[in-house]
Design a protein around this ligand. Structure first.
Ligand SMILES: *Cc1c(COP(=O)(O)O)cnc(C)c1O
Length: 375
């Protein structure tokens, strides 16, 4: 059986967890959390990072930080994970769903401006498969209309746009370390704060609305309730696991890119049959978070999944357009989003993880080729 995903342990995870336990400081913001924060701030030049227990939490913090209120409008892709927008719905926002691009599932940049109204507050680009949205255009629109930009960079660790790390461009950004991502801690996430104005308040929101972080730094002599917030910070046990992964980031990324390149080379020929391979615009890098193909239609994809399953290969489709979801369909006031529906029906993700062997990648590729040859 070739699995779709398998978490990769680099070796030091349990050692570091033992070290964290031995330090007897296993709640949030211990030694390993500080090491992770330093790592990200130094490597990617993020103004300020805060580990959270998930990317979902980081997005919820972003919504609180931006003072999202009843009736505020958020422009976000329909083809994304629930958390991207649910975080804002929790604060009463209305989600204005935008279609995906024809070339890849990222938001259709040319469709943004027509959706902006006086109530629009946030543009919420999702870097699908770790491939950058056109951030120059998004930031220019945000500037012109006085909007905030929150990058959903859940899949975008170590990926770049015109040389800038993803997550460093918007006012805020959210990353995930869920076990399905490149760098993992089981559950886990991170909020990046690039806009100085939000740094202090982000710490408070993450600490249940208290100024405890400033207290621990000795900046104030007692701490209390100063704002709203919640418990968004992870235990240092989680950070210990994450730090072991970060020490091996280069190795992990190198191997994932090798796998990605094999798929991309082996599968070139199926493009002639109308199947699409990942599209990476100029200026964007590939962090090999995912390898996907886009079949011609739903029926073809269903047949292909079945064919691969018979060869003991697990492949999975991805999001179901949120504008058609049971929760939001009656609230969606926009029109059809044909590309979002196209990816909902046709996109298929192939096995992708560190320990996948070249032999297995070739096996998956040749099974796909034989499916299309027989057609
Ligand atoms: C994984 C993912 C999330 C959620 O991350 P969690 O850490 O599981 O909360 C949000 N958005 C996107 C695009 C994702 O891929």
């Amino acid at each position: 059986m070739i699995d779709f995903n398998k978490p990769y342990l680099t070796g030091k995870e349990t050692q570091y967890i033992q070290d964290a336990v031995a330090s007897m400081k296993i709640s949030g913001d211990g030694i390993f959390t500080k090491k992770c924060h330093k790592y990200f701030e130094e490597k990617y030049g993020f103004r300020k990072v805060l580990l959270t227990t998930s990317c979902t939490d980081a997005l919820e913090m972003a919504a609180i930080l931006l003072d999202i209120k009843e009736g505020d409008e958020i422009i976000a892709p329909s083809y994304t994970f629930v958390s991207t927008v649910n975080a804002f719905v929790l604060r009463g926002a209305k989600i204005v769903f935008i279609d995906s691009d024809k070339e890849n599932p990222n938001m259709d940049i040319d469709a943004i401006e027509a959706l902006i109204t006086p109530k629009t507050k946030v543009l919420l680009p999702v870097h699908y498969a770790g491939i950058a949205c056109d951030m120059d255009k998004i930031m220019a629109l945000a500037k012109k209309h006085n909007l905030f930009v929150v990058e959903d960079a859940a899949q975008a660790i170590d990926s770049f746009y015109k040389g800038k790390p993803l997550g460093s461009i918007g006012h805020l950004a959210a990353f995930s370390f869920h076990e399905t991502k490149n760098i993992i801690s089981g559950e886990g996430g991170m909020l990046v704060i690039n806009d100085e104005r939000f740094v202090k308040r982000a710490e408070i929101i993450r600490e249940k609305g208290t100024n405890r972080s400033a207290f621990f730094r000795g900046e104030i002599d007692k701490y209390g309730w100063v704002d709203i917030g919640s418990s968004f910070l992870p235990s240092d046990i989680i950070a210990a696991f994450l730090y072991a992964q970060l020490e091996n980031l280069e190795t992990i990324q190198k191997r994932r890119k090798e796998i990605w390149d094999i798929y991309n080379k082996e599968l070139t020929s199926i493009q002639k049959l109308g199947v699409k391979l990942p599209y990476i615009p100029t200026g964007a890098t590939n962090n090999a978070h995912m390898y996907y193909i886009v079949c011609k239609n739903l029926n073809e994809r269903t047949q292909l999944i079945k064919h691969l399953k018979e060869q003991k290969i697990n492949t999975v489709f991805h999001y179901l357009s949120l504008h058609k979801s049971p929760y939001y369909s009656n609230k969606h006031k926009g029109g059809d989003l044909v590309n979002a529906d196209y990816y909902t029906d046709c996109l298929l993700r192939l096995p992708m993880y560190f320990e996948l062997t070249n032999q297995q990648v070739l096996e998956v590729s040749s099974s796909i080729l034989s499916f299309y040859k027989a057609k």
